[in-house]
Design a protein around this ligand. Structure first.
Ligand code: KG4
Ligand code: ZN
Length: 389
């Protein structure tokens, strides 16, 4: 099965083409292309992702990103003879569908006539959670491509994508030796959750943040420390710097709460109060605070993951989401599993798969295609900013 996957939930415009075989029993994947265009530099001056700017950039970039993805996959073939005429009825539908994205419509109509439309079995795309204006662009683009190519539409939950990101290995990989239930720790800019995976696509949320997400805490603390957006990588880098001054003690919120929930808002406030008391916030002082903050987040994540794995007797733990790029968190989780959970496998996503990408949406989409007998009707597919697993 050839799947074209689209991801536009936040500030990455991503399209990937994958080939999937083997069904649920022996799933195997080949990545034909994986294109990610990050808007992060454009949003940085706002200190966060600005939804309407994200939407505009997705509109502008989807056709170029698609062209690149088809080219990398070896599927971009110019038409030798006459141009591909879009039927008038299809043209009308496309015009209606992309009425709010005139630039995207124009680029698409400029692109289609000159190229052979490759055979794509399904189009998987993120329908939520995320920024709704950004999600809508990807959804409407998927619908437009489906009108032109006749491919089936598969809506995918972005967090489900992050779960599957942990299984991606190189360009060709299979998913094997799975033992249900599995446990997923999902840590991103908008989410922090522990999810029990009872079977493929069957989830139970067993813990989540009561306020800020882990990534959000990294971004907010970075801002307090005068670091640019996105703050996660900045804090990790600062925490590693050799020159550190002072020792600071920050709280580990809810570490002994006895449940599997998280809270990071108080930790951020604790950093703010601490910083306000320091007259000259030198780089070595900021480095020491960054290190302590990162350790506080890691301690809570590790302790709750251990408690969840014990409580639900899971033998596989998967990590996903933007924050899973963090070396400290990866290292501490690895150590914990080695020492406390013998016989348990920790699946860490490859670094490139931690950021939002479309491969993970394609892989999740394959499992969805195996499950749902009947494809959803396009008119019922909507963006859901708060879509839950
Ligand atoms: O999954 P993601 O790309 O987007 C969402 O779906 O939210 O996650 C982005 C988040 C940001 O908050 C960013 O600061 C954080 O992931 N992040 C990190 C690191 N790299 C990215 N946080 C901690 N350490 C990192 N190395
Ligand atoms: Zn994400």
């Amino acid at each position: 099965m050839k799947i074209l996957a689209i991801e536009t939930s936040c500030d990455e415009t991503a399209i990937s083409i994958i080939e999937a075989t083997g069904g649920k029993k022996h799933p195997r994947f080949k990545i034909l292309s994986d294109v990610v265009l990050s808007q992060v530099k454009l949003h940085a001056p706002y200190g966060g992702v600005f939804p309407n700017l994200a939407k505009r950039e997705h509109s502008k970039n989807l056709v170029p990103v698609l062209t690149q993805a088809l080219k990398e996959a070896g599927l971009l073939k110019p038409r030798k003879n006459k141009r591909h005429e879009i039927a008038p009825a299809t043209l009308r539908k496309l015009g209606k569908l992309l009425a709010r994205e005139p630039e995207l419509l124009e680029q698409l109509l400029g692109f289609v006539p000159d190229w052979n439309i490759p055979k794509i079995d399904a189009i998987a795309f993120t329908s939520g959670p995320g920024l709704e204006p950004a999600l809508w662009v990807g959804i409407n683009f998927a619908k437009a491509l489906s009108l032109i190519s006749g491919s089936t539409l598969i809506p995918v939950n972005h967090m489900e994508g992050h779960i599957f990101s942990a299984f991606i290995r190189g360009n060709t990989f299979s998913i094997s030796h799975i033992q249900f239930p599995m446990l997923a720790l999902l840590i991103s800019g908008g989410h922090t959750e522990l999810v029990l995976i009872k079977d493929w696509l069957k989830y139970k949320k067993i813990g989540q943040t009561r306020d800020d997400a882990a990534g959000e805490a990294f971004d907010k603390v970075a801002r307090i420390l005068g670091l640019p957006y996105p703050g996660g990588p900045e804090i990790s880098e600062l925490a590693l710097s050799k020159k550190q001054s002072g020792t600071y003690a920050l709280p580990r919120p809810m570490i002994n709460s006895g449940d599997l929930d998280f809270s990071f808002s108080g930790l951020k406030t604790a950093v703010l109060y601490l910083v306000q008391k320091i007259p000259a916030l030198t780089k070595p002082i900021r480095a020491a605070i960054a290190k302590e903050f990162e350790q506080a987040v890691a301690d809570v994540l590790v302790k709750k993951t251990l408690a969840a794995a014990r409580a639900y007797k899971t033998k596989i733990i998967v990590l996903g989401g933007g924050v899973s790029a963090n070396t400290k968190i990866r290292g501490d989780l690895t150590k914990m599993v080695e020492t406390e959970l013998p016989g348990t496998t920790l699946m860490l996503p490859e670094r490139t798969a931690t950021t939002d990408n479309a491969v993970m949406i394609g892989v999740a989409g394959y499992f969805r295609s195996l499950k749902e007998g009947k494809a959803p009707s396009p008119s019922r597919i909507k963006a859901d900013g708060n879509l839950s697993l």
